[in-house]
Design a binder for this molecule. Structure first.
Ligand SMILES: N[C@@H](CCC(=O)N[C@@H](CS)C(=O)NCC(=O)O)C(=O)O
Length: 250
């Protein structure tokens, strides 16, 4: 079985898929695209603009939830979907809500700082690119800045305020839900935990090379991270990474 993941480095929806592939021990190839220039190749490949896109045995599958569904179908062990039908419905509905609400909100929160840190943004997203490509990417940042701000929801102050409020509310909800068993649904790791932890990872400090920030972290980015650092849900994300993310693939 041949699996190719088209991804952005670091990006959190892509991290959902990397995590599921690694959790299930599925051999795969990763092709990293640069945000912006990716539009040409990803549209050509999948007919839509976003990553992750997985090509599984020739089937082109855009969207993290659809990709995870295919992986669960083809590689049911270890499972990410609960066996019990009600628990499975609950886990999948949490995934859908986190994909819709949490992912865009944590991205906007982090980009309020990243959008003013061209060097750092390039170091994160272009780290797999060749040196000339990285240099070109950095040189075009001032031109692309407006589009980056708009695309990541930071151009509209009302949206920024909504994003920070959404992050606060969901971190609280997740802390309450995980307080008893340590997990969101039942007493074991499911797609709901993977989704929440991956989508919070950009504002947490997960100890995994796929989400490791280049060092040093600029003060403005540190200010966003420190706003959340003491929250129990941030500690829970660290716990999920330690227990279930596994080592970096070689
Ligand atoms: N709901 C989608 C969201 C994917 C998404 O937002 N991808 C972002 C990167 S994290 C992207 O491709 N942005 C570039 C664009 O929209 O052109 C999923 O679950 O895969």
């Amino acid at each position: 079985m041949a699996i190719v993941l088209h991804q952005f480095e670091f990006s959190h929806y892509n991290e959902k898929v990397r995590w599921a592939l690694d959790y299930k021990g599925i051999a795969h190839e990763r092709v990293s695209h640069l945000p912006g220039p990716h539009l040409f190749s990803i549209r050509r490949l999948s007919g839509q603009p976003q990553v992750p896109v997985a090509v599984v045995d020739g089937d082109v599958i855009p969207g993290s939830a659809a990709i995870l569904d295919r992986l669960e179908h083809d590689h049911p062990d270890p499972p990410l979907y609960p066996a019990d039908a009600d628990a499975r419905r609950e886990a999948l509905s949490l995934q859908a809500r986190f994909d819709d609400e949490l992912g865009p909100a944590t991205r906007t929160a982090l980009f309020t700082a990243l959008v003013n840190e061209g060097d750092y943004l390039c170091a994160m997203f272009a780290r797999a690119a060749s040196a000339p490509k990285r240099a070109l990417y950095r040189a075009t940042f001032p031109i692309a800045r407006g589009m980056i701000a708009k695309g990541n929801g930071v151009a509209d102050p009302d949206n920024v305020a909504r994003a920070f409020a959404t992050v606060d509310a969901l971190l609280e909800e997740i802390a309450k839900r995980t307080a008893v068993t340590g997990y969101l649904v039942g007493d074991g790791f499911t797609i709901a935990d993977l989704t929440a932890a991956a989508l919070i990872a950009p504002i947490a400090h997960p100890d995994h090379p796929d989400m490791a920030r280049p060092q040093p972290v600029p003060e403005s980015v540190e200010a966003v991270l420190s706003r959340y650092a003491g929250h129990p849900t941030i500690a829970w994300v660290g716990e999920m990474y330690t227990r279930h993310r596994g080592p970096a693939r070689s």
